[in-house]
Design a binder for this molecule. Structure first.
Ligand code: ASP
Length: 300
């Protein structure tokens, strides 16, 4: 029987780990435990980039993206552009369980969630509104697109291994603050923000979603593990790919981070320079916060 392991992005991932770990220790399946952990972060109004209290988009609306994946069956589900429903990850799970589809967006996702009994509520808090006002880009002329403040985002991605040796993962976010209405990031996209397969490993991402989508980030990491790389090597290869892609495009590499777990519960993480990526790890009865190595375009 493997020791349960759970990892989650950013210091607020500690909330997820501390919620998931006791559930895994009691024998709960990885996906249910990871979802409970992610939901604890969605419920925390102090986390202004996930769920309730997330920073709004360009027109002041909180719009959530999330997905879930089960490593045993490859069952998965997601929602994008979900408004006024805080538990986006739980809705993604319902999409997985109750529909023949994988991704529901916008009004359709909201109607589906309401039919499943999720309550409608405002996700704005006085704090998130103040933060939105403070970080709002300067008024642009008609037709000009606003520049998104570089630090106004972060996602909780939770990867778990349960006592039966099954992997499960959840990814949930309000995405980039001040994003254009309708913008969808990596987080609800299976293969970009999250990918989980018992036969190779689990991976998740956080950071500028456009750059994660561009390289098919989480699928890339999992396929590296399938090819024999350790979770650490696989994450570093993904960061190198982000960096080399930026060099090809003549831009500075964006803030992007990956984390991964193999089917034995070994873990890894890496990020681009300046990301300052920390992640929470829970194993046995212990949880700790680790810092991921930063890799620049020259591979250092
Ligand atoms: N990946 C998220 C997005 O692009 C944001 C983040 O994790 O920082 O929507």
């Amino acid at each position: 029987m493997p020791d349960p392991v759970v990892i989650a992005t950013w210091p607020f991932g500690e909330t997820a780990v501390k919620t998931s770990l006791p559930l895994l220790s009691k024998g709960q399946p990885s996906l249910a435990a990871a979802l409970a952990g992610a939901q604890a972060v969605e419920d925390d109004p102090r986390v202004n980039s996930v769920g309730y209290g997330g920073i709004p988009n360009a027109i002041g609306t909180v719009s959530l993206d999330a997905c879930v994946m089960d490593g045993k069956t490859l069952a998965c589900g997601g929602v994008a552009g979900l408004e006024n429903i805080r538990h986006a990850a739980a809705v993604a799970r319902m999409v997985m369980e109750k529909t023949p589809h994988i991704l529901l967006v916008g009004a359709g996702a909201q109607q589906f969630a309401m039919k499943q009994g999720f309550p409608l509520e405002s996700l704005l808090t006085p704090e998130s509104l103040t933060e939105w006002e403070k970080t709002k880009p300067a008024k642009k002329k008609r037709g000009e697109i606003s520049v998104i403040p570089p630090d106004s985002h972060d996602t909780v991605t939770v990867l778990a291994l349960d006592q039966k040796g099954n992997l499960g993962g959840v990814c949930t976010t309000s995405g980039l603050a001040h994003k254009l209405p309708g913008r969808v990031g990596d987080s609800p996209l299976i293969g970009s923000g999250l990918y989980v397969d018992n036969t190779a490993g689990a991976a998740g991402a956080t950071g500028v979603g456009e750059e994660i989508i561009r390289i098919g980030g989480s699928f890339f990491v999992v396929e590296q593990m399938r090819a024999g790389k350790s979770p650490q090597e696989a994450c570093e290869l993904a960061v190198k790919r982000v960096n080399s892609t930026a060099v090809r495009r003549g831009v500075h590499p964006a803030r992007v981070a990956f984390l991964a777990m193999d089917p034995k519960g070994q873990i890894g993480a890496a990020c681009t320079v300046g990301t300052n990526f920390q992640y929470a790890v829970g194993k046995g009865a212990k949880s700790e916060l680790l810092k991921a190595p930063e890799l620049g375009p020259e591979g250092k």
